[in-house]
Design a protein around this ligand. Structure first.
Ligand SMILES: CC(=O)CC(=O)SCCNC(=O)CCNC(=O)[C@H](O)C(C)(C)COP(=O)(O)OP(=O)(O)OC[C@H]1O[C@@H](n2cnc3c(N)ncnc32)[C@H](O)[C@@H]1OP(=O)(O)O
Ligand SMILES: NC(=O)C1=CN([C@@H]2O[C@H](COP(=O)(O)OP(=O)(O)OC[C@H]3O[C@@H](n4cnc5c(N)ncnc54)[C@H](O)[C@@H]3O)[C@@H](O)[C@H]2O)C=CC1
Length: 282
């Protein structure tokens, strides 16, 4: 595998692209506008500069990593990719449209992976004429730091695709965990309802946001509290995942809290909009 296209230059796409270029892969980072691509690349450069400051990377290593990266708004630029990793908005209709498009453009042997947090790989794959080459490759945020990749087969995913993705995951210094297709897979089925519960606790006035987070950090040894984690993930992403859990299982325990909806409607998405449960410098 040499040339990889990452679709979506947001929180996850930029992180995935960063790790890939550091490992020497040629990456095309695609988004809908140059502005989104520039923002993603700016974040990558900032992270690489931080690594230099910490003595973990040299200036020339940074330059050679960045040489591996090409931003593009043109879908044609991905035609010769060996693998596409889609990290666009968590919405089934958007993902199906992307997969139908890339299926037409990419060479027949290319693997098409989705970084979806919760959606059905089988349904995404059904938008293509190569469902055997479609797979879930679920990274965690922040990608350069988090070691896990959940690898999820759809009903038609073949063995060669599974093996290739496991191999790439290890080459990226990540640990693959294979998961059967199920809403939210493993981590998000546990993590996002916990965040939703923390939002309920806040809405009921049981404790202030800072204290909810402090309680979970000191009482459960979590590295950050659930509300800060919601801000890191993005409240829109958290809501999308709760919606999938709720609609797929039809169980009221997965009902998104109205405060989560209100936050998303008010564009209080967390770090990416500068304000969520806490404030951040834009
Ligand atoms: C929604 C989904 O589908 C799935 C998901 O992703 S769910 C979310 C999963 N992620 C988590 O649970 C993250 C929980 N939080 C954490 O682990 C930590 O708070 C954290 C790693 C994000 C930050 O750690 P911290 O100790 O609070 O801060 P900080 O000291 O600044 O960072 C620790 C390290 O991470 C690095 N780091 C932090 N944010 C980073 C980023 N966005 N990109 C790259 N590196 C980053 C720092 O550079 C630092 O590196 P060194 O150890 O080499 O110095
Ligand atoms: N935020 C998180 O912590 C995690 C998110 N994910 C998943 O990763 C995916 C992306 O999430 P984020 O990076 O958080 O979202 P984001 O909102 O930060 O970025 C999404 C990007 O996709 C772009 N996009 C939308 N439609 C597109 C299209 N048709 N073609 C190209 N680009 C398009 C948007 O312009 C945006 O820049 C989602 O499926 C999400 O569920 C997975 C793991 C963790």
């Amino acid at each position: 595998m040499n040339k990889i296209c990452v679709i979506g230059a947001g929180t996850m796409g930029a992180g995935i692209a960063q790790v890939l270029i550091e490992k020497g892969y040629n990456v095309v980072l695609r988004d809908l506008s140059q502005e989104f691509i520039d923002k993603g690349i700016k974040g990558i450069v900032k992270n690489l500069d931080r690594s230099i400051q910490k003595g973990k990377m040299t200036e020339s290593e940074k330059e050679s990593a960045l040489k591996n990266l090409q931003g593009s708004i043109f879908l044609e630029d991905i035609a010769d990719c060996d693998l596409v990793i889609e990290a666009a908005t968590e919405n089934m209709e958007i993902k199906k449209k992307i997969f139908a498009e890339i299926d037409k453009i990419c060479k027949p042997e290319a693997i098409l992976a989705t970084n979806t947090s919760s959606l059905s790989i089988t349904e995404v794959a059904a938008a293509t004429n190569r469902p055997q080459k479609v797979i879930g490759m679920h990274f965690f945020n922040p990608v350069p730091v988090m070691k896990l990749v959940e690898v999820i087969k759809g009903v038609a995913t073949d063995e060669a695709t599974r093996t290739a993705i496991i191999r790439l995951t290890k080459a990226m210094d990540k640990t693959p965990v294979e998961v059967e297709e199920a809403p939210g897979f493993v981590v998000n089925r546990i993590l996002i309802p916990m965040i939703n519960e923390a939002i309920g606790i806040l809405a009921e006035g049981v404790a202030k946001a800072e204290d909810i987070d402090e309680a979970m950090k000191l009482g459960a040894n979590h590295p950050i509290g659930p509300l800060a984690l919601a801000d890191l993930i993005g409240n829109d992403v958290c809501l999308a995942i709760m919606e999938v859990l709720y609609s797929e299982f039809g169980d009221s325990k997965y009902r998104p809290h109205p405060l989560l909806r209100k936050m998303v409607r008010g564009k209080l998405l967390g770090r990416k909009t500068g304000k969520g449960f806490f404030n951040y410098n834009a």
